[in-house]
Design a protein around this ligand. Structure first.
Ligand SMILES: Cc1cc2nc3c(=O)[nH]c(=O)nc-3n(C[C@H](O)[C@H](O)[C@H](O)COP(=O)(O)OP(=O)(O)OC[C@H]3O[C@@H](n4cnc5c(N)ncnc54)[C@H](O)[C@@H]3O)c2cc1C
Ligand SMILES: NC(=O)c1ccc[n+]([C@@H]2O[C@H](COP(=O)([O-])OP(=O)(O)OC[C@H]3O[C@@H](n4cnc5c(N)ncnc54)[C@H](O)[C@@H]3O)[C@@H](O)[C@H]2O)c1
Length: 455
């Protein structure tokens, strides 16, 4: 006798932020939904990524501000203690890496959770261990991504850290090498340095935050150097060894540290997900989706696996579209032109849309302008810690912004105004008429607009 299939309307494989959201929306709309999750409902973001790292950043920023007191307001003595940070992450944010609350939240929408690794075994069919699920209406794929470990000689088998170990430590390492100068690497590097670790960042590309505007990378590099972080760019690690401590060998240099944090990007495994069973390329890194998140007949995909920006806001944006499409509602196709991102270093590095390099590759006439945060009134008032800039990228033919970068205190908040401008294609002439409250950080947008208007 063959296995009797469990028939439902929708099976969601992977309950990351997008998977949880799409499952809840469809459940609330009256569909029968099974969510399949092999680890924790909620995915990477609440347990190992966004939330714990931002708790760490908040604490590290508090230390940095206290250290700035002598330049502004008297004297201060700062004695970092990791215990409150570890306790907040463990007890307040992740309840000991336990997803009971998230499971209850999902079940309250009418959904049913199946624990285990889900795999597509035929069109409309998902197998989890011995259990076979038939999806009448949709399979939604939200498997997220895993830390990618580069094939460096000697690295495999060492007790390296990825973001998952780094958010669950109880004590700050005395010394740390961070491999990779992307958002993950830099957020951790600055946090641990501010808590007293001796930190080295090794980045293979020629600048930190390789995808960011070079002017932004320069600001954050200078800040890290000023805080005592050792930074190596354009540096390839050739070999690693571990004998209780790590030795990291690059061309011409050797570094030694108690711990090694690998933050060299993310990987997916479409083979393990069984996508070939529905005709998709299982050797690919990402699943191509159309504007409605459809990957193929009866299959939708959302989140990191789609390759449209590994951010929680991407995953949840896509989940809304996928849910509406599955419910047969009118859908505005996905539009990523105004995709924002924020790296929560201090200063924050926030971007929206295209960088100058990307715009030049796509458009006939590109204009850019930069205003420096320390030259603004608020930058002057803020004084220590005021590094930053606003860079605008405009389509010279259409007279609209196609991209922007805001680096500075609250750079992630400043970018909000610029995201509206890029999203709604507000004419630059119209933006120039705006009133910017005095003396705010976002007022640094105005001189850059003036410069664009004058060219
Ligand atoms: C250190 C760090 C900090 C970050 N900070 C931010 C930030 O500040 N802001 C931001 O927007 N983004 C941030 N991100 C990115 C963010 O975490 C992800 O983009 C986000 O989690 C969305 O991912 P997702 O929905 O694709 O799935 P994920 O969160 O990766 O979840 C996917 C889930 O699917 C499960 N799964 C996978 N395969 C299967 C299977 N076959 N069967 C069953 N279950 C499966 C996994 O166990 C996992 O729980 C950060 C990432 C890292 C690493
Ligand atoms: N605040 C946020 O929104 C936030 C924070 C963290 C991560 N994320 C997302 O998570 C994803 C993963 O972040 P990430 O920083 O791990 O990846 P990333 O790809 O952005 O950066 C990884 C860096 O490692 C470098 N690298 C790769 N191999 C190397 C090697 N062998 N030696 C030295 N350097 C090497 C790359 O050149 C790259 O600069 C990103 O897509 C990011 O957008 C977002």
């Amino acid at each position: 006798m063959g296995q009797v299939a469990d028939e439902v309307d929708v099976v969601v494989i992977g309950m990351g932020p997008g998977g949880e959201d799409v499952a809840a929306r469809l459940g609330r709309a009256g569909l029968s939904v099974v969510g399949v999750e092999s680890r924790l409902v909620g995915g990477e973001c609440p347990y190992y990524a966004c939330i714990p790292t931002k708790i760490m950043v908040r604490a590290a920023d508090a230390l940095a501000e206290a250290r700035r007191v002598p330049e502004l307001a008297g004297s201060s003595t700062v004695r970092p203690d990791w215990a409150p940070v570890a306790a907040r992450i463990r007890d307040e944010a992740t309840t000991g890496w336990n997803d009971e609350i998230a499971v209850r939240r999902f079940e309250s929408t009418g959904g049913r959770l199946v624990r285990g690794v889900g795999r597509i075994t035929a069109p409309g069919e998902v197998t989890v261990g011995e259990q076979v699920l038939r999806a009448r209406r949709a399979i939604v794929l939200n498997p997220g991504s895993e830390p990618a470990i580069p094939p460096i000689q000697g690295l495999a088998g060492t007790p390296l850290w990825t973001n998952r170990e780094a958010v669950s430590i109880e004590e700050v390492p005395e010394s740390l090498v961070v491999l990779g100068g992307g958002p993950v690497g830099l957020e951790f590097a600055q946090v641990f340095a501010r808590f007293g670790s001796e930190v080295t960042v090794i980045e293979a590309q020629s600048q930190l935050l390789r995808l960011a505007e070079p002017e932004a990378a320069e600001v954050i590099t200078d800040r890290l150097l000023a805080e005592g972080v050792r930074v190596r760019v354009g540096s390839a690690v050739q070999r690693v060894s571990h004998d209780g401590r790590f030795q990291i060998f690059t061309e011409g240099e050797q570094f030694e540290a108690d711990h090694l944090l690998v933050a060299t990007g993310r990987r997916t495994d479409l083979g393990a997900l069984g996508v070939a069973a529905v005709g998709l390329d299982d050797a690919a890194r990402t699943i191509s989706v159309d504007g409605r998140m459809r990957a193929t007949d009866g299959v939708w995909a959302i989140g990191d696996v789609t390759g449209h920006g590994a951010y929680t806001h991407t995953s949840v944006y896509q989940s809304r579209i996928a849910a509406a499409d599955i419910l047969g509602e009118q859908v505005t196709p996905a539009d990523y032109r105004a995709m924002p991102s924020v790296t929560f270093t201090d200063p924050e590095v926030a971007t929206v849309g295209l960088t100058e390099t990307q715009a030049v590759a796509e458009l006939d006439r590109v204009r850019t302008a930069i205003s420096r945060m320390p030259e603004s009134s608020r930058g002057f008032i803020h004084k220590v810690g005021n590094e930053g800039l606003v860079k605008l990228v405009a389509d010279g033919d259409r007279g609209v912004l196609v991209g922007a970068t805001a680096v500075g205190p609250f750079g992630g908040e400043i970018i909000g105004a610029l995201a509206v401008a890029v999203h709604a294609e507000v004419p630059i002439a119209r933006l120039s008429d705006m009133i910017f409250a005095y003396p705010t950080f976002h007022r640094a947008i105005e001189p850059a607009l003036d410069e664009l208007a004058a060219t």
